[in-house]
Design a protein around this ligand. Structure first.
Ligand SMILES: *Cc1c(COP(=O)(O)O)cnc(C)c1O
Length: 370
């Protein structure tokens, strides 16, 4: 069976983990953590990066930094992972779900302004499949209504919008290094901060509400409890693993993008004949090879295609189920229909995508589908 995902190991992971262990500093914020953080700051121009134990954690940090209070409204797309919502729900926010575009699961910016009320505090664009949301109008709206923008960039490493890296547009952003993402640490993530106002507090929240990071830099002569927080920082074992991945970021990206193009060219004609849409990239966005998806003409067609691929030994999987109709939130949602979100729930299908994938063989199996 060709799996949907297979974590790629560069070969250096265990060596770096051994180095971290032998150095005697295994807890967080050591040499490997700092190497990873500096790399991302320099490579992409984030003002401040802090590694976290997951993207979910990074989003939780964002919700604390945004000072979400009971009843504050946060606008997020319905077609996203639960973490995008949960991070804000835990702080007492009311989630206002936005619809996707008709031809792309990203948030439909043209319908955004109508969702803003005096209680709105944050907009969370999710760069689905690593493809940029339309950030210019989102940032304009945020400016106009004095809102914060927190990018869920979990899938968006090494991708950009009009030439500028994703994760640098919002006041803050959250990335994931879960084993299903492009570069991985098993479980892992990072928060990126682009508004100086939040940097100082972010470090404190990261270190269980203490000013320990400042203390270790010699900026204060004792440390103690100064704010709320949690244990958001990963151990050096995780950071060492991630460092091995970072060293291979370029070759990983090259390979994934080449798989993507092979799918795109190999499936174009077949998809047209079957009335299936294949993933495309808007002009202002780049392709980071995170995912290749199809949009079937119906849920029935998707089921028969999944079945066909299973019989051919290929695992293809659908994705999110609209959060506005989830068992947890549907009675809190205001009943507005989100037709595109529901359409992607029913009809989107993701094809295998990983470094060692034999993409040619998958394409050959797909085009046998009648
Ligand atoms: C993977 C993902 C997350 C969660 O990432 P973790 O690191 O597993 O917490 C959140 N949002 C989106 C859009 C994701 O794809």
């Amino acid at each position: 069976m060709i799996p949907f995902n297979k974590p790629y190991l560069t070969g250096k992971e265990t060596q770096y983990i051994e180095e971290a262990v032998k150095s005697g500093k295994i807890s967080g914020n050591g040499m490997f953590t700092q190497k990873c953080q500096s790399f991302f700051e320099e490579q992409y121009g984030f003002q401040k990066v802090l590694l976290t134990t997951s993207c979910t954690d990074a989003l939780e940090m964002c919700a604390i930094l945004a000072d979400i209070q009971l009843g504050d409204e946060v606008i997020i797309p319905s077609f996203t992972f639960v973490s995008t919502a949960i991070a804000f729900v835990r702080q007492g926010a009311k989630i206002v779900f936005a619809d996707s575009l008709p031809d792309n699961p990203n948030i439909d910016v043209s319908k955004l302004e109508a969702l803003i009320t005096p209680k709105t505090k944050v907009i969370v664009p999710v760069h689905y499949a690593g493809v940029a949301c339309d950030m210019d109008p989102i940032m304009e709206l945020a400016d106009k209504y004095n809102l914060l923008v927190i990018e869920d960039a979990a899938q968006a490493i090494d991708s950009s919008y009009n030439g500028k890296p994703l994760g640098t547009f919002g006041h803050m952003a959250a990335f994931s290094f879960h084993e299903t993402k492009n570069i991985i640490a098993g479980e892992g993530g990072m928060i990126t901060i682009n508004d100086k106002r939040f940097i100082h507090r972010a470090e404190i929240i990261w270190e269980k509400g203490t000013n320990r990071a400042e203390f270790f830099r010699g900026e204060v002569n004792k440390y103690g409890w100064v704010d709320i927080g949690s244990s958001f920082l990963p151990s050096e074992v995780i950071a060492a693993f991630l460092w091995a991945q970072i060293e291979n970021l370029e070759i990983i990206q090259k390979k994934r993008i080449s798989h993507w193009h092979y799918y795109h060219a190999g499936l174009k004609k077949w998809a047209e004949q079957k009335d299936i849409k294949i993933m495309s990239i808007p002009n202002e966005a780049t392709n980071n090879g995170h995912m290749f998806y199809l949009v079937c003409k119906s849920i029935e067609q998707r089921s028969t295609l999944i079945e066909h691929l299973k019989n051919e030994g290929v695992l293809a999987v659908f994705h999110y189920i609209s959060l506005h109709s989830s068992p947890y939130y549907n009675d809190k949602h205001n009943g507005r229909e989100l037709v595109n979100s529901d359409m992607f729930t029913d009809r989107l299908l993701r094809l295998p995508m990983f470094y060692e994938l034999d993409v040619e063989s998958v394409v050959n199996k797909i085009i046998k589908y009648e």
